[in-house]
Design a protein around this ligand. Structure first.
Ligand code: ATP
Ligand code: MG
Length: 312
């Protein structure tokens, strides 16, 4: 099977947004079809070719987490409505599109997206490690001296960032700056929900031998509810939005091997292709990266990923 680079639903439905990886279409006034393609981005640039099955793995891993979080946090509201293409909508689409897109689609509630990314870090890695290494702070928060790379933080940190338009880079901001963007009351709710989601997800993942070093969440406001309610949206706890480490090989004081795009990033850097547009991955790099996504799904969900049985 070839990787699916475009959802191609525009002849049937109005497309309301297109990100680096997802395309979002209007079902009706209150719901959207959230379609995850096989596109992959690294260093904020989308590659020319994709990773076959990746969109379906991310969709079904997010569905798994929506259900798990909902059962552990009964008060949590999420945008998830149903997996696949709703039957009433299927009738409006070409049958080949229904077959092609079902396993990578979900119906979601339409909400007003808060223009910040809500990042929780339990360990110090990535841009947080670089920032701490420079001046001892992360998002304006001063951390204790002497932390080592990949060390577990005393308590998880909420480190929001801006949500940049397509083509630009998100920037880390202080919690105070986030409150200026969304308002103090919503910032407080987003922070509390994010920390609770991180705690619940980390506890679950730990039982399966996985450390969630950090994760990026997004939230929206459901204005049709009274009072308006903060809702968890987007993808949740996938290898694209999180740093998953193998607890068995974890070691403080160095970078860790991740179940994410690191393999691809390393290949790009080794070949001087970091941030260059129009790069095509060779088959072995695509296959190895797919292997990482499958492994993450297997470890977290506890079932071997099988495209054939994942048809929706
Ligand atoms: N329920 C929802 N209603 C409206 N928009 C949503 C909803 N859930 C998620 N979104 C938005 O849909 C987009 C998802 O697309 P995608 O993940 O491809 O974007 P991206 O963030 O540009 O890429 P990347 O994740 O690689 O940074 C995001 O902009 C996200 O904020
Ligand atoms: Mg995204």
């Amino acid at each position: 099977m070839a990787a699916l680079m475009q959802a191609d639903l525009s002849e049937h439905l109005r497309r309301v947004a297109s990100g680096k990886v997802r395309e979002i279409y209007e079902i009706d006034d209150s719901s959207l079809l959230f379609v995850t393609t096989d596109r992959i981005s690294a260093y904020d640039v989308v590659l020319k070719n994709g990773i076959d099955q990746k969109g379906a793995i991310l969709t079904q891993l997010s569905e798994f987490w929506f259900n798990l979080l909902q059962s552990r946090m009964p008060g949590l509201r999420t945008h998830f409505i149903s997996l696949g293409i709703p039957p009433a909508l299927q009738k409006r689409l070409r049958p080949d599109l229904v077959k092609k897109l079902g396993s990578r689609s979900m119906a979601v509630k339409r909400v007003k997206v808060f223009p910040i990314e809500s990042i929780v870090r339990g360990y110090i890695a990535g841009s947080a490690w670089s920032s701490y290494h420079n001046d001892g702070t992360v998002c304006g928060i001063t951390l204790p001296a002497g932390l080592k790379e990949s060390e577990k933080l005393e308590r998880p940190l909420w480190t929001p960032s801006t949500k940049a338009d397509l083509g630009s880079k998100d920037e880390n901001i202080s919690p105070e700056a986030a409150a200026r963007i969304v308002g103090q009351e919503y910032a407080d709710q987003i922070e509390a929900l994010s920390l609770q989601i991180y705690e619940e997800a980390s506890a679950y993942a730990a039982e399966r031998g996985i450390i969630i070093a950090d994760t990026k969440l997004e939230f929206g406001l459901d204005e049709s509810a009274t009072p308006a309610t903060v809702v968890l949206i987007d993808e949740v706890l996938t290898p694209d939005s999180s740093r998953f480490w193998n607890a068995g090989t974890y070691e403080i004081g160095r970078g860790q091997e991740s179940y994410d795009k690191q393999y691809l990033r390393d290949w790009l850097v080794r070949n001087g292709l970091r941030g260059k547009p129009g790069v095509e991955m060779p088959t072995d790099v695509a296959m190895n990266t797919l292997g990482r996504y499958r492994e993450a799904y297997h470890s977290l969900v506890g079932m071997v990923w099988d495209m054939a049985t994942s048809e929706v």
